[in-house]
Design a protein around this ligand. Structure first.
Ligand SMILES: CC(C)(COP(=O)(O)OP(=O)(O)OC[C@H]1O[C@@H](n2cnc3c(N)ncnc32)[C@H](O)[C@@H]1OP(=O)(O)O)[C@@H](O)C(=O)NCCC(=O)NCCS
Length: 141
């Protein structure tokens, strides 16, 4: 294994990144839509093992006060070896001294707690796929 992190949007194989979401699993993404979302994000992070894309995350940020991290996902065979922590630590460092929010996949809260995140008591959301969010355990009505 020769794992490296990359923060530029050059030469990205978006179907392969969408495949990471599928396999992680973190849902289904259309490669084209995902590439546009990444281009509009303040920060992207790609993990590679030599030439192979194995992990991804992105963040939106105003650069001064607030940021949000989304879409952290790693291929199953590379999970539980510290890569998630490595990506999150690099993202936090690059986002700088801003507040960061995210929502954990149900069951992954402990991973984020270890990285210094705490549950929010008054978080509210208005979602495109509200029924899906309720179904997947993110939202109560
Ligand atoms: C969640 C995910 C990104 C974590 O990455 P990872 O590389 O497997 O995690 P790491 O090996 O870096 O774990 C770091 C620490 O968190 C702990 N941890 C990992 N998952 C955990 C969980 N579900 N609950 C509690 N602790 C957890 C590890 O034991 C490790 O602890 P240590 O530092 O004391 O050894 C990865 O498993 C993944 O891609 N999962 C599928 C997609 C997903 O759910 N993404 C999260 C979106 S919110």
């Amino acid at each position: 294994m020769n794992i490296t992190l990359h923060f530029e949007l050059n030469n990205i194989d978006w179907p392969k990144i969408a495949e990471i979401f599928e396999k992680a699993p973190l849902g289904t993404r259309e490669p084209e839509k995902l590439s546009r979302a990444a281009a509009n994000s303040a920060l992207v992070c790609f993990a590679k093992d030599r030439d192979r894309f194995i992990g991804f995350a992105r963040a939106i940020s105003d650069g001064e006060y607030q940021a949000a991290i989304y879409d952290l996902c790693i291929l199953p065979e590379y999970q539980s070896h510290g890569l998630g922590k490595k990506i999150m630590t690099a993202m936090k460092e690059r986002l700088g001294p801003v507040s960061i929010i995210l929502f954990a996949v149900p069951g992954k809260e402990g991973f984020y707690k270890k990285l210094g995140f705490a549950p929010m008591l008054t978080a509210m959301g208005s979602f495109q796929d509200e029924d899906g969010m309720v179904e997947r355990g993110y939202l109560e009505r």
